[in-house]
Design a protein around this ligand. Structure first.
Ligand code: C2E
Ligand code: CA
Ligand code: CA
Ligand code: CA
Length: 279
């Protein structure tokens, strides 16, 4: 539960300080991505609300800074996006996730489906498809074990181009989720055209749905719409048993959130999976 609090902030000072710090982050990131050794993937399990079993996990990057300690993605992904360093970081994330999938397979365990986040710049990158193909070949994993989470507002490129990329991903056989669903503006109108199989309802709606009738209505609408269109639904930000009860009642397929587990290092996910240790 401590995840999310007491985070070191790079941007909590005056303007001049802010700019100086930002340049420093950039500089230190440029050094750090040479070896990628300071980066680590944490994993947060996704749970079937029907069976209670772990069905997959989302990879969430952490920067273990030698002086600062853990730096969270909200504090460095924007800089990585802005500078283009996200392309290299994103490639490492895919390799790392694929390596874990291969590791499970090699030890005779059915791999969990691992989901990797793609930011706008990665999604629009001409290198993306090539990077994914290379990863699938190098670790010799089945594409179905790898999944990508993209937000609705992949605004870097046009809708036509986005659709093309989504189709290419589908043709590769990897899974694609729409992340943070409900927060973008395109949503409902375009959904029909998107070749995706899963929607992730943004945690803001889930976290407020017990107290806020509007948020509850939004969740209910997304759920009935998804069902009508044959899409699976993941609820993120599941923090309490009350959330679980309501989501089950609404027929939501999967849940992810602090109630089940915060994001954990791979070893811990592996232990949870082998012993089926979540609630
Ligand atoms: P996201 O994809 O929406 O990921 C969900 C965020 O919600 C994660 O924050 C996760 O730790 C947090 N979370 C999980 N359960 C709960 C809960 O029950 N309550 C609350 N309040 N929060 C919960 P995190 O790890 O700090 O990541 C933040 C964002 O950074 C992610 O949002 C994603 O957009 C981005 N990100 C993380 N890893 C990567 C990566 O490898 N590549 C890219 N491009 N982006 C990444
Ligand atoms: Ca995500
Ligand atoms: Ca999300
Ligand atoms: Ca988000």
């Amino acid at each position: 539960k401590e995840d999310g609090r007491n985070r070191y902030r790079f941007y909590d000072t005056t303007m001049g300080e802010t700019i100086r710090k930002k340049l420093q982050v950039e500089h230190e990131m440029r050094e750090a991505i040479e070896t990628m050794e300071q980066f680590e993937l944490y994993y947060q399990p996704k749970i079937s609300l029907r069976t209670g079993a772990i069905t997959g996990a989302e990879a969430l990057i952490r920067w273990n800074h030698p002086k600062i300690g853990t730096v969270y993605p909200d504090d460095f992904i924007p800089v990585a996006e802005h500078t283009g360093m996200i392309i290299k970081i994103g490639e490492w994330v895919m390799h790392e996730a694929a390596r874990r999938i291969e590791q499970w397979r090699a030890s005779g365990i059915v791999p969990l489906k691992l989901a990797v986040n793609l930011s706008g710049r990665q999604f629009g990158s001409p290198l993306l498809l090539h990077q994914i193909r290379t990863v699938l070949q190098r670790y010799d994993i089945k594409p179905e074990y790898l999944e990508f989470e993209v937000t609705e507002s992949v605004s870097m490129i046009s809708l036509t181009e986005s659709l093309k990329v989504l189709h290419q991903l589908r043709d590769l056989g990897v899974g694609v989720n729409i992340d943070d669903f409900g927060t973008g503006y395109s949503s409902l109108a375009y959904l029909k055209q998107f070749p995706v199989d899963t929607l992730k309802i943004d945690k803001a709606f889930i976290m407020n749905m017990l107290d806020d009738q509007d948020d509850r209505t939004i969740v209910e609408s997304i759920v009935s719409l998804s069902k009508a269109m044959g899409l699976k639904i993941v609820a993120e930000g599941v923090e309490s048993i009350e959330h679980v009860r309501l989501l089950k009642k609404l027929g939501v397929d999967y849940g992810q959130g602090y109630f089940f587990s915060k994001p954990v290092p791979f070893g811990q996910l592996d232990r949870m999976y082998r012993n089926n240790l979540v609630k």
